[in-house]
Design a protein around this ligand. Structure first.
Ligand SMILES: [Fe+2]
Length: 148
């Protein structure tokens, strides 16, 4: 975080700390959690307030292949990207979502798409699997026809 600003910054000291922790456990599957995405998403008004040293963060991540995900928030929208040799992921919001508008110069806005979250599961033999789950009461579950 940068006091008084909406964009984020990891900074050299915390990047060094991250690099040291990742070097401590080079074979341990790891998720790095951040608030501001260090990667672009295509939503311009949000990308303008990303992590401002994302390239430097990516250089650290890319040296550590045990990083399974870099998981972020801030953009209030489910987004996935291949980045720095891993998966960059943004969780949806548990409240409002940022409007999906990838056009250049799109205005900042939000919409009331369903709230949701990402559930990251460790599955033996498979590793980390991420599910998107919607929050609310929905009809179902209905059994598959023919299953019994
Ligand atoms: Fe934020």
């Amino acid at each position: 975080m940068i006091p008084g600003k909406t964009e984020g910054e990891v900074g050299a000291e915390q990047r060094d700390w991250l690099a040291a922790r990742l070097a401590d456990a080079p074979r341990k599957p790891t998720i790095v959690f951040m608030h501001h995405p260090p990667f672009p998403t295509g939503i311009g008004h949000m990308d303008s307030i990303n992590c401002i040293d994302g390239e430097a963060v990516g250089a650290v991540i890319a040296r550590h292949p045990q990083v399974e995900r870099v998981v972020c928030g801030h953009h209030h929208r489910p987004i996935q990207i291949r980045w720095a040799g891993t998966i960059g992921s943004v969780a949806p919001s548990t409240a409002h979502q940022v409007t999906l508008d990838l056009s250049a110069g799109a205005p900042s806005s939000f919409c009331l798409e369903p709230p949701a979250f990402h559930l990251h599961c460790w599955i033996a033999g498979a590793g980390i699997v991420t599910h998107q789950a919607y929050i609310g009461d929905f009809p179902g579950p209905y059994p598959f026809v023919g299953d019994s």
